[in-house]
Design a protein around this ligand. Structure first.
Ligand code: PMP
Length: 414
């Protein structure tokens, strides 16, 4: 049986896709590429070439694939026809790009629940921050107080927390921001792989996302949104393709996506990101959401039934817990989170994330300065994965560790 295999013996068969199915419960970090995405990549490999540069066939194919990918992404997020779609490396890159486009004198407002990617870029520009309250209503009030008292140009908000999965009301936030003349950017790194977006309907000004969380390979992300700030902001990269004219001592930058995409772009990254988006757009919405909410509900119930396990929420003051994507955050009293994660992987074949999830202000405020554990579900997740995790945690609390663990290079290993 699986449980009798030691950590060292585990790795080879699991990585080879051997008899034991490893339960990857870390979709929130990166989601494995869909088969349709891999197939598309293979189809493109013989053709790729630099875009917008050549009359040759390969360059034409690449250019058309690349530009088509923009349109696919625009419709994936429900963008307006005149929204720009700019390809970046990832969500972090997209938010850094936007930080260079905030109109002079404007402040950026953010909550303390954000991933560092939606927090640190704003520390380089005028900003204000708000500590989230236990309820959404109180948090929106706190946001409103800042909007009323400041020169806020942009409210930066996560669509779904990468720590707890809770979904923030982005349409309501946009309405509030607009009332005070501010715009909204939604960090949809976590939301986009789990919920349909409609930024035109919800009046979201900008949305950012990452391909590698959306079942596409690493290396491509995007920012989609209103053109004016993007067309006048600081070019994200200085170089070829981003210009109208260059003199030896000066430049006239171009507008449109090219302004921020200097250099040879990641055509394959953009194309596979778009392919993944097309695939997700075709999912049966009800079945898709049901699948994750069943797994999440099941896991929470099982974990909460174990003494000494705590499931963490940001908005714990809500009468009914918020709608959430397939993410569950928890800790086991008396055990270091990193040790529990190592134990789950080595002794139960379950991969979860541990640590502070690039959200130090939030984890510190939740009283978890040494981190917690996060299990996250995606399209390939099964109930048996969640069951194995819950069984593993229950066994730990009941029987303790079966192996000795030591810390090597900062990680627990059996
Ligand atoms: N925002 C959120 C909510 C995230 O979960 C992540 C990734 N953990 C990021 C931003 C950053 O994404 P990336 O590493 O792809 O830039």
């Amino acid at each position: 049986p699986f449980q009798e295999v030691t950590g060292a013996e585990l790795a080879a068969p699991l990585l080879d896709g051997g008899a034991i199915r490893y339960a990857n419960l870390d979709y929130a970090a990166s989601a494995p590429a869909l088969a349709s995405v891999t197939a598309y990549l293979e189809q493109l490999l013989p053709y790729y070439a630099s875009v917008h540069r050549g009359a040759g066939y390969a360059s034409q194919v690449s250019t058309s694939v690349y530009e088509h990918s923009r349109n696919v992404l625009r419709s994936f997020v429900g963008g307006r026809t005149d929204d720009l779609v700019i390809f970046t490396r990832n969500t972090t890159d997209s938010l850094n790009l936007l930080a260079g486009c905030i109109p002079a004198g404007g402040e950026v407002l953010y909550l303390d629940i954000e991933h560092h990617a939606n927090l640190l870029p704003w520390q380089a520009v005028p900003h204000r921050s708000v500590v989230a309250r236990p309820s959404i209503a109180a948090t929106l009030e706190a946001i409103e107080a800042e909007l009323a008292g400041g020169q806020v140009a942009l409210v930066a908000i996560t669509g779904a927390s990468n720590v707890t999965g809770e979904i923030f009301p982005i349409a309501e936030t946009a309405r509030l921001a607009h009332r005070y003349g501010a715009r909204v950017v939604v960090d949809a790194a976590q939301l986009a792989p789990h919920r349909r977006l409609d930024i035109a309907r919800d009046n979201i000004d900008y949305v950012v996302l990452s391909g590698h969380k959306l079942y596409a390979p690493f290396g491509a992300g995007a920012i989609i949104g209103r053109a004016d700030w993007l067309d006048s902001g600081t070019p994200h990269l200085a170089g070829g393709g981003a210009v109208k004219q260059v003199r030896l001592d000066g430049v006239v930058w171009t507008t449109g996506p090219a302004r921020h995409e200097a250099g040879s772009p990641n055509v394959l990254g953009a194309a596979t990101l778009a392919r993944a988006a097309e695939h997700i757009a075709q999912l049966d919405e009800e079945a898709w959401q049901q699948h994750e909410s069943v797994l999440r509900g099941y896991l929470i119930e099982r974990l909460e039934a174990v003494d000494s396990v705590t499931v963490h929420r940001i908005f714990s003051g809500e009468a009914t817990p918020l709608d959430a994507i397939g993410v569950v955050n928890f800790s086991v009293a008396g055990y270091d989170a990193g040790l529990v994660a190592a134990y789950l992987s080595a002794e139960h074949g379950v991969g979860v994330r541990d640590g502070k999830f690039c959200a130090h202000p939030l984890l510190n405020r939740l009283g978890l300065p040494s981190g917690a554990l996060r299990a996250s579900f995606g399209l390939g997740s099964r109930l048996e994965d969640a069951a194995r995790l819950a069984d593993g945690v229950a066994a730990l609390v009941r029987d303790g560790l079966r192996h000795d663990y030591v810390v090597e290079s900062g990680r627990w290993v059996p």
